[in-house]
Ligand binder design. Structure first.
Ligand SMILES: [Zn+2]
Length: 304
């Protein structure tokens, strides 16, 4: 058994640019990066047996306070597992730790993780009277829709293995108007204001331009919502979803399987939108991450 453990650890070391494996109390080798930035995807790889399915990953600060918790592992090969967590754009830089334990009652594995500094832009967005009303109205259906979307994004289907590579841009022509993590100040029509963080990227385009799936997946939502307008959500991996807001038309329904690049709708300005554009967002274990980082690097390194 001991020989097998070391062999797996060496294989893992040879095939991955991640940090050296750490052998836990159980017969499992864990690998994680030494550092990540706000908006990145944190991937923790475990080489082990079926016990890893029960492990949950937590990200804690130097003071022990959890910032991300309950992230589960899914199997990518017979003895390879990965947990994917989103690093919130609000995390201050510093020393953190990844905790994971596959066995209840056993003290968790602890891996150090550095969160590096990342600056985000600040911008003002004036809203006219009708968009002010839309954003501030205490309409109970808005809160209900927010709860439903969050519940969907917290779902974890270990069998949902649809896309391993890079994501592609959902529009063929790229004109970005607002980046991930922008600190926004909404200026209301009555002179008051409110702060918010932009969870996706805004891509400007005229109404009617095709919106394409960023990766292969399964349609998890296709419906008209109050704030986000016509909204499509696609599941790519367990806990990994891309979201497309303010569509003019939707051309998919829940349950559809889509290929990367398939047309899923057209650009519009439905919901809370100051002009025709696509809001494109990616959530990993419910945390919004920077979609542009996933255009540059694959969701999973393959083979895992
Ligand atoms: Zn947006």
């Amino acid at each position: 058994m001991r020989g097998r453990r070391w062999r797996l650890a060496l294989l893992a070391l040879a095939s991955s640019p991640l940090a050296s494996p750490v052998l836990g109390a159980a017969d499992t080798a864990w690998r994680a990066p030494a550092g990540v930035a706000p908006g990145d995807v944190l991937r923790v790889v475990a080489e082990g047996g079926a016990e890893v399915a029960a492990a949950e990953l937590t990200l804690v600060g130097g003071d022990g306070e959890p910032h991300v918790r309950g992230v589960r592992f899914f199997r990518t090969a017979p003895t390879s597992w990965v947990a994917m967590a989103g690093v919130p754009s609000t995390l201050p830089p510093g020393e953190y730790a990844i905790l994971a334990s596959p066995t209840p009652g056993v003290p968790p594995l602890r891996l150090p993780l550095r969160i590096t500094e990342r600056a985000f832009a600040e911008l003002d967005i004036p809203l006219d009277a009708s968009l002010t009303d839309l954003r501030r109205s205490p309409e109970p259906r808005k809160a209900q829709q927010a709860r439903e979307l969050l519940a969907l994004l917290q779902q974890f289907d270990a069998q949902a293995l649809f896309h391993h590579g890079r994501l592609r841009l959902p529009l063929t022509e790229l004109r970005s108007t607002s980046a991930y993590g922008d600190r926004r100040r909404y200026l209301y029509a009555d002179g008051s204001e409110a702060l918010s963080i932009h969870h996706g990227v805004d891509l400007a385009a005229v109404q009617g331009v095709s919106v394409r799936a960023a990766g292969a997946g399964r349609v998890a939502m296709a419906e008209l919502r109050i704030v986000t307008g016509n909204t499509v959500v696609i599941e790519h991996l367990p806990g990994v979803f891309s979201l497309y807001y303010h569509l003019h038309a939707m051309e998919v329904t829940v349950g559809d399987r889509v290929a990367a690049g398939a047309e899923i709708g057209t650009v519009g300005r439905t919901g809370l939108a100051t002009g025709s554009h696509l809001h494109w967002e990616v959530r990993v274990a419910a945390v919004p991450v920077d979609p542009m980082r996933l255009v540059a690097t694959p969701l999973l390194r393959s083979p895992q």
